[in-house]
Design a protein around this ligand. Structure first.
Ligand code: DC
Length: 220
């Protein structure tokens, strides 16, 4: 990998501001943006369609039969399951919001995504981007522990609920965060070396400015 290529890991709970931050960063730098929450949502949707639940004994076999690759549209690297990009509205449905954390807690599901997610820096570099900005819950801790830039976003619950409501979504944010934080495998946690930013106390421009400062320092 080109030594100038940069990986930015953005972690945080539901509605903590990860997507807005990551998308805004792509306007300032030539980065491919990957939302790993959508990977878990895509697997959840697909498995529910196949009538396979999170604790189903057929889970491993159903996952094994799925092929994963990436479609790049603009700055977005989107997961394809069996050659198809899932419908973004379906990924954000109430049912997926309700079930996704159960699937994300399964070791087989995480194992299926680990190698795929770790391959995306190379995908981004081959596509000509100068870096990868990846958002999720375990990016700075498990997927890219050596990322040059690591940030952990947080905001109080009222603020996060307001954000989801503004998007017209029903999402049990605190329940999902509790499940994501207490699971055994790759729980949501602030990674070592990450800058913690409260997105309820700073404007998006300030948050992006702080991340860009870190990126500049990492590159110099
Ligand atoms: O960011 P999001 O709300 O779209 O994420 C959906 C779910 O996926 C979330 O409840 C936990 C899981 N997830 C995860 O376990 N690890 C990640 N890196 C990203 C998301």
């Amino acid at each position: 990998m080109n030594e100038k290529f940069i990986v930015l890991a953005i972690d945080g709970g539901a509605a903590s501001g990860k997507s807005t931050t990551a998308k805004t960063l792509t306007q300032a730098m030539s980065l491919m943006h990957v939302d790993t929450g959508s990977h878990y949502r895509a697997l959840c949707l697909k498995l529910l369609e196949k009538k396979v639940s999170a604790n189903d004994e057929r889970l491993g076999k159903a996952l094994g039969a799925l092929t994963l690759d990436t479609e790049i549209t603009g700055n977005q690297g989107r997961i394809r399951l069996d050659g198809k990009v899932p419908d973004p509205d379906e990924l954000r449905s109430d049912l997926v919001n309700e079930k996704v954390s159960f699937f994300a807690a399964q070791p087989d599901v995480r194992e299926k995504l680990l190698g795929y997610q770790q391959s995306l820096a190379e995908v981004a570099e081959s596509a000509g981007f100068s870096g990868l900005v990846m958002e999720g819950r375990d990016i700075g801790s498990v997927i890219y522990p050596d990322a040059q830039v690591k940030v952990f976003l947080q905001a109080d619950e009222r603020e996060r609920k307001k954000r989801r409501e503004a998007e017209g979504q029903t999402d049990a944010i605190s329940l999902r965060d509790k499940m994501d934080t207490t699971r055994k495998n790759a729980p949501l946690a602030c990674p070592d070396g990450a800058l913690v930013i409260d997105t309820g106390r700073h404007s998006i421009d300030q948050v992006v400015g702080m991340v860009l400062d870190l990126a500049e320092k990492a590159r110099s």
